[in-house]
Ligand binder design. Structure first.
Ligand SMILES: Cc1cc2nc3c(=O)[nH]c(=O)nc-3n(C[C@H](O)[C@H](O)[C@H](O)COP(=O)(O)OP(=O)(O)OC[C@H]3O[C@@H](n4cnc5c(N)ncnc54)[C@H](O)[C@@H]3O)c2cc1C
Length: 455
């Protein structure tokens, strides 16, 4: 029996459920279907494309070392995938296809189309998540709010702790892998580990050295205190299961205490799970709709010039500008800054959260549709577990609190070096730095009025 493992967002050989299951049944082949037109349609950032290519090269090398044939096939458009996969199965005498279950609506529709088009069965296995997508409220409905979801999810995980799968044994002689087709050359992702072993070392280091201090330090962008595993998690170079298992191995039972560093990191993995759960149970959120239907009537100003100033880090609010320049220069932004920058776009500039959501997808190395959508709808107060609309971040006090010595701001906004205290957080007019693009008090009152108009 030859089973084809269809890799999607599980680009690893260790703890890969589909690969392990396939190896139990006999001969294995692997395939990745590359859809450049879909990368364009989904506005995937250049840095993310480059990272994907490096990850695929590493996966190809690992499959070659295991002696398992592996192909990267150009499939064109997403819609051509069923046809392309069916012809690949015919060509290689495949008797079964196995893949991990994906949770978003487009991917589920694609899998249904594949089931209909393939000459052989398609088996979907649970992978890449912690299993909490199964939890439901007492009345059988899905949760809409994170805190009760996470309580149940922790319980579920404690009762049935996720177990990592072994890497399959070598199937044949090692061979020299083919290199991945060239794409995503414009922006280098070289500073992000792409090889599975390197990412696992990064995880081990974080759990051993940083997890204990995570809760106390995670909100300070000048510190290197978060794991920076989001890009690897988004493509499945490691799984959430591996993250949790390693965390427990290093930190023991403290993972169950949400007030501890390790417990607080586990909570973030649950946020990731929650946003997939929401996208699955309420697919309208990934079809450009607000979760809170009434907020569709919000009268966003959508001023193009303000939007461009935000994109370019020229708003006159130092922490917002530093955040947006970090994104443009590195393809990544610290979580606290994502919250501040997103809130600023929606609640200071009164620009539709969908504009910001798209801009982040176009720039982020870790772009993840569900987490990005969840983060944006949270910030705009349109989502499930929405920040109440009257919670409007003050970018100046946020900066004073989370960048108290201004180190992060000055790194990305060097025009302000030499300033400190109030002068740094609220700089007076300068030749090379703009004055605030909007006045905070006015912005706050306007936002309150916009939301009150919905009542
Ligand atoms: C407006 C906005 C947009 C966002 N867009 C994305 C996105 O496209 N892709 C993405 O992976 N995350 C997104 N996030 C969540 C979060 O900012 C990043 O996951 C985090 O900054 C990644 O850094 P890290 O790996 O060091 O995280 P850590 O703090 O080390 O957390 C570990 C992992 O948990 C997950 N995680 C952490 N925080 C969150 C969160 N709030 N929501 C969901 N998952 C989380 C990530 O997979 C992360 O790698 C967004 C948040 C906001 C507010």
């Amino acid at each position: 029996m030859t089973t084809l493992v269809w890799f999607r967002h599980d680009l690893r050989t260790l703890d890969n459920t589909a690969l392990t299951e396939a190896a139990k049944a006999g001969e294995v082949r692997g395939v990745y279907l590359l859809c450049p037109e879909q990368l364009d349609e989904h506005v995937i950032a250049p840095i993310r494309r480059h990272y994907l290519r490096r990850v695929l090269d590493d996966l190809a090398a690992q499959m070659a070392a295991l002696g398992i044939p592996f192909d990267i096939v150009e499939a064109g458009h997403f819609r051509k995938v069923p046809e392309r996969l069916a012809s690949y199965c015919d060509q290689h005498g495949i008797e079964r296809v196995i893949a991990h279950r994906e949770w978003l609506v487009d991917e589920q529709r694609r899998d249904q189309a594949c089931e209909a088009a393939l000459p052989v069965p398609l088996t979907l296995v649970e992978d890449n998540l912690l299993g909490a997508t199964q939890v439901m409220k007492g009345d059988g409905d899905p949760y809409k709010v994170f805190t009760p979801f996470s309580r149940q999810a922790r319980q579920h995980i404690a009762n049935d702790f996720p177990v990592c799968r072994r890497r399959p044994k070598a199937q044949g002689k090692a061979y020299v892998p083919e290199t991945c087709p060239v794409f995503g050359e414009e922006v280098s992702s070289a500073s992000w580990p792409a090889a599975e072993e390197a990412v696992l070392s990064q995880l081990r280091r974080f759990c051993a050295e940083r997890a204990d201090d995570y809760k106390a330090e995670r909100d300070f962008p000048a510190l290197d205190s978060t794991s920076r595993l989001s890009a690897a998690l988004a493509l499945g170079v490691i799984s959430a299961r591996q993250c949790l298992s390693r965390l427990r191995a290093e930190c023991g039972d403290s993972i169950w205490d949400a007030k501890s560093g390790p417990g607080s990191w586990m909570n973030e993995l649950l946020w990731r799970e929650f946003y997939r759960y929401i996208a699955h149970h309420y697919p309208r959120v990934v079809m450009g709709r607000a979760f809170q239907a009434e907020t569709e009537a919000l009268n966003w100003g959508n001023d193009q010039a303000l939007f461009e100033a935000w994109q370019q880090g020229q708003t006159g609010y130092p922490v917002v500008d530093a955040a947006m320049r970090q994104l443009a220069q590195t393809g990544w932004m610290h979580n606290r800054l994502r919250m501040i920058a997103a809130s600023f776009l929606c609640k200071h500039l009164h620009i539709d959260w969908r504009w910001g959501e798209r801009h982040f997808l176009e720039q982020l190395i870790d772009a993840d549709f569900a987490s990005n959508n969840g983060g944006w709808q949270w910030a705009a107060s349109t989502g499930t577990d929405a920040a109440p609309y009257f919670r409007i971040f003050n970018p100046t006090t946020q900066a004073q609190k989370f960048d108290p010595d201004g180190r992060f701001i000055i790194h990305y906004v060097p025009e302000l070096s030499g300033l400190s205290g109030k002068a740094l957080y609220q700089p007076a007019a300068m030749d090379n730095y703009p004055p605030p693009i909007v006045e905070h008090r006015w912005a706050r009152e306007t936002t309150l009025a916009l939301f009150q108009a919905l009542k």
